[in-house]
Design a protein around this ligand. Structure first.
Ligand SMILES: [Zn+2]
Length: 209
């Protein structure tokens, strides 16, 4: 079921989540995104918008730098630079053929190491059956970026398991960062008004339950 249909049902019954975090200074995060999976451009752009929308509720502004689609034998990524003066993060979207070498469990849709998040597009596609793929992709990217901003697993966007309820909540725009998570991210990002490297964190992942 696509978002528009679900939202109609939700509005009809008057169940609307309108919660947002308290307003404060907006922190900026520059995200370089490398697409090794050949994600259709419109889907990728809408997924970025979805991630940005989620982070906006936490007063975190994402500035995306699309570093192109990987083409075998061509170096197209070298000149891709993030916006200056912001916390820097990297997202790499991988096809299943690129995931095999990482030896990640099949239930995982992505994982994060210091400075870089990996998102497994073919698994996201599978998890998106009957839902909008850009919604799931956007939420998985938000989850992994959350790890780069210092968050650990907890309910909501940062749930360790991707359940049916999690997907449905994502489709209905009901997943948010919690106030505690917002404070944690702000504490990571705010000190770095100038250029910086991401803070080292243990690897984490989002898995299908
Ligand atoms: Zn995770």
């Amino acid at each position: 079921m696509c978002r528009s249909s679900l939202q109609f049902v939700t509005l009809f019954f008057g169940v609307v989540c309108c919660c947002t975090a308290g307003r404060s200074d907006t922190a900026k995060v520059a995200v370089r995104i490398y697409d090794y999976a050949g994600v259709p451009r419109q889907i990728l752009l809408k997924a970025e918008e979805e991630s940005s929308r989620i982070f906006e509720t936490a007063n975190v502004s994402l500035a995306w730098a699309n570093c192109g689609v990987f083409k075998k034998g061509e170096e197209t990524f070298a000149s891709c630079q993030p916006a200056p003066g912001a916390f820097r993060a990297t997202v790499k979207i991988l096809p299943e053929s690129g995931v095999r070498g990482l030896h990640r469990p099949m239930k995982e849709l992505g994982f994060t190491i210091p400075g870089t998040s990996f998102v497994f597009f073919d698994r996201v596609h599978q998890a998106s059956a009957f839902l909008d793929i850009f919604v799931v992709l956007g939420h998985v990217m938000a989850h992994e970026l959350g790890h780069q901003l210092g968050l650990h697993h907890s309910p909501g966007v940062m749930s360790a398991s991707l359940s049916h309820d999690w997907l449905l909540s994502a489709e209905l725009e009901m997943l948010r960062f919690t106030p505690a998570q917002v404070r944690e991210m702000q504490s990571h990002v705010q000190p770095f008004g100038g250029s910086m490297l991401s803070v080292a964190r243990p690897r984490m992942s989002l898995a299908v339950r």
